[in-house]
Design a binder for this molecule. Structure first.
Ligand SMILES: [Zn+2]
Length: 328
């Protein structure tokens, strides 16, 4: 592996493995202690150190560039900070100071139920690690999860919204509880082909079904990105690479439908840029970061399409989020 992740640095020198599964879902969460790791940026190819710190209630997820003079300004992980979502999701402050590829870390924070954290990086990109959210989830488990004595608010989708871009389509409809994601992809490359999956996002399903699904690319695209000066840090250690009907990674796939599971992972991370856990049913069909961004901006721009609600006992049971309205 091209990273020294095997020994995460917890600042109090202790080991913890506090899973969120028995935690009270009504209360906000943060990390018990600070923890860090280093890895390679997928696009920049440079080595980046990442540190996650506890943060107070209602502060949300905030990124900070510590390689810049003065410690850099804080960049809230919110849709209003998103400046680019073509290849990955990039957030920036008003001076253009940016952090790229935030989505896999954001997915891990959502999946582990972390409401508040400060994320420090000493470069322009979150390290790619193994191309999934699992290393970040492991870091959070090692740090431990602390409950804060403040209620969590969820963003509940109140009416259907959709966005279509050619063959790509994304939609949100209301749901009874939690976030449900359906995703379908259809690639010409036979090694990927047509895949579909559907999950209600809970700490348990995120960990076992989604967190280990890696990012992927077609060999032809990887070559083109490299020629454009991108994907410099990309390798078979942090992405699945497909050439027609072949998977070039020696160790093969982690799930038969790992590709579409990764699209669910990306959607979780991108959707968390609304700043809250979500009660709604999201569907993606052959869609990308940019399509999710368009849909969420459309939802958030319509005050009648969503509301912030205290998570009640009913929502806190994390039962299946069956849609209660369907798109015509
Ligand atoms: Zn991804």
């Amino acid at each position: 592996m091209n990273l020294d992740f095997s020994n995460p640095e917890r600042q109090d020198g202790q080991h913890a493995s506090t899973a969120p599964y028995s935690a009270n879902p009504i209360l906000q969460k943060t990390l018990k202690t600070s923890i860090g790791c280093t890895g390679i940026g997928l696009h920049s190819g440079s080595r980046v150190a990442l540190k996650l710190h506890p943060a107070p209630a209602d502060s949300g997820i905030v990124f900070r560039r510590i390689d810049l003079v003065g410690g850099g300004t804080e960049i809230p992980a919110r849709w209003s900070s998103v400046t680019d979502s073509r290849l990955c999701t990039v957030i920036a402050d008003e001076h253009g100071i940016s952090v790229a590829t935030v989505e896999h870390l954001m997915a891990a924070l959502y999946g582990m139920g972390i409401d508040n954290a400060v994320v420090e990086v000493n470069g322009p990109e979150v390290p790619a690690m193994d191309g999934s959210a699992w290393p970040f989830m492991f870091l959070i488990e090692c740090a431990g999860i602390a409950e804060l004595e403040v209620s969590r608010k969820a963003l509940r989708i109140r009416k259907p919204k959709s966005y279509t871009n050619g063959a790509k389509r994304v939609s949100f409809v209301p749901a009874k509880s939690a976030l449900r994601i359906d995703f379908e992809i259809d690639f010409r490359a036979p090694a990927i082909g047509r895949q579909h999956c559907s999950f209600t996002i809970t700490p348990e399903t995120f960990k076992t079904e989604i967190s280990r699904a890696r990012t992927f690319g077609l060999l032809s695209e990887v070559t083109a990105l490299r020629e454009a000066g991108l994907a410099r840090g990309g390798s078979l250690e942090n992405a699945i690479v497909v050439d027609g009907d072949r998977i070039l990674n020696d160790d093969g796939l982690r799930h038969a439908n790992e590709f579409v599971r990764h699209k669910v992972l990306d959607a979780v991370g991108d959707l968390y840029l609304c700043g809250h856990h979500i009660v709604g049913h999201f569907s993606g069909h052959c869609s990308s970061h940019a399509d999710t961004a368009r849909l969420m901006k459309q939802v958030l721009a319509d005050p009648s399409a969503w509301e912030l609600v205290e998570i009640d006992e009913r929502a806190s049971t994390w039962h299946d989020a069956e849609p209660i309205a369907a798109l015509a």
